[in-house]
Design a protein around this ligand. Structure first.
Ligand SMILES: Nc1ncnc2c1ncn2[C@@H]1O[C@H](COP(=O)(O)OP(=O)(O)OP(=O)(O)O)[C@@H](O)[C@H]1O
Length: 256
């Protein structure tokens, strides 16, 4: 892809968030947040505990309903839609607690995301042969090929994380929302994760990550959105955001 094509790709807004609000009782978990997720960009949500990062994910995926503002996917208002419908539009997500089917094998866990109703833009679903090939491909790429028949519960921690990534890869979603995908990975597994992420982004996937580890943030992000107490305080290039002394104080709990 030429530099010009790449630049124009990143101009495309997939997800447009405007004035988004969510309160729990008296707590404003998300407060007047406006931001865009642009095609082919890795955005990382950063902020101290309770900043509103998970709530923002939940509002995008339909696990929560907003109390104001809007979320638009490719121009279409998706606020209030059920999670399964949003997933079908091409927005996939991983959870901090991974939410795998623990008694199913690796292969079966990946197959579940290929049910016709679970796939973006699909009513009939892929053929049995396509499914087999796709499962084999993602297991190979995530290093799980020799664990195909192993139950999720019997996998090592890093393998479970790669299984959760394999599921999202097989779903062929256009936007990935990843909740701490690299936390707890050893250096080799982390390098593999980063390589996979970059390959997928180069192939057209757009990614938004929640991450606490700043080394991981720097290594994986094109852009950082900094949240605190529900508000978006900064949204820009990683170096600029992470070197801002005020944000650093907030992040490390050293605010005045
Ligand atoms: N279901 C809920 N009911 C009541 N309050 C909630 C609920 N979910 C989140 N909150 C509150 O909303 C605020 C934002 O929480 P959220 O989990 O989105 O933050 P976060 O940035 O993801 O934090 P962390 O990094 O600790 O996971 C917090 O004050 C939290 O206590």
């Amino acid at each position: 892809m030429t530099a010009q094509a790449l630049a124009s790709l990143s101009e495309e807004v997939l997800l447009e968030i405007r004035g988004l609000e969510k309160s729990f009782g008296g707590v404003k978990a998300v407060s007047d947040v406006s931001m865009d997720l642009r095609a082919g960009i890795v955005t990382t949500l950063v902020g101290p505990n309770g900043a509103g990062k998970t709530t923002l994910f939940n509002l995008i995926t339909g696990h929560l309903t907003h109390s104001g503002g809007s979320v638009r996917w490719l121009g279409r208002d998706i606020g209030g839609m059920k999670p399964y419908r949003i997933a079908r539009l091409g927005i996939a997500r991983t959870f901090q607690d991974l939410r795998l089917f623990k008694d199913m094998t690796v292969e079966e866990n990946i197959l579940t995301v290929m049910e016709p109703g679970a796939l973006p833009f699909s009513f009939t679903g892929p053929s049995a042969r396509e499914k087999r090939e796709r499962v084999a491909r993602v297991m190979e790429r995530t290093g799980l090929a020799d664990k195909a028949r192993t139950r999720a519960v019997d996998l090592a921690y890093a393998e479970r994380k790669f299984l959760s990534l394999a599921r999202i890869m097989a779903a062929k979603a256009r936007l990935w929302l990843l909740d701490e995908p690299a936390s707890g990975l050893d250096p080799n597994s982390y390098a593999t994760f980063l390589r996979l992420l970059r390959e997928e982004v180069a192939a057209g996937v757009t990614v938004c990550i929640i991450e606490h580890n700043l080394d991981i943030v720097v290594g994986s992000s094109d852009r950082i959105a900094f949240l605190d107490r529900g508000r978006l305080l900064a949204d820009g290039d990683p170096k600029t955001v992470l070197e801002d002394p005020e944000l650093t104080k907030i992040y490390f709990g050293d605010r005045v």
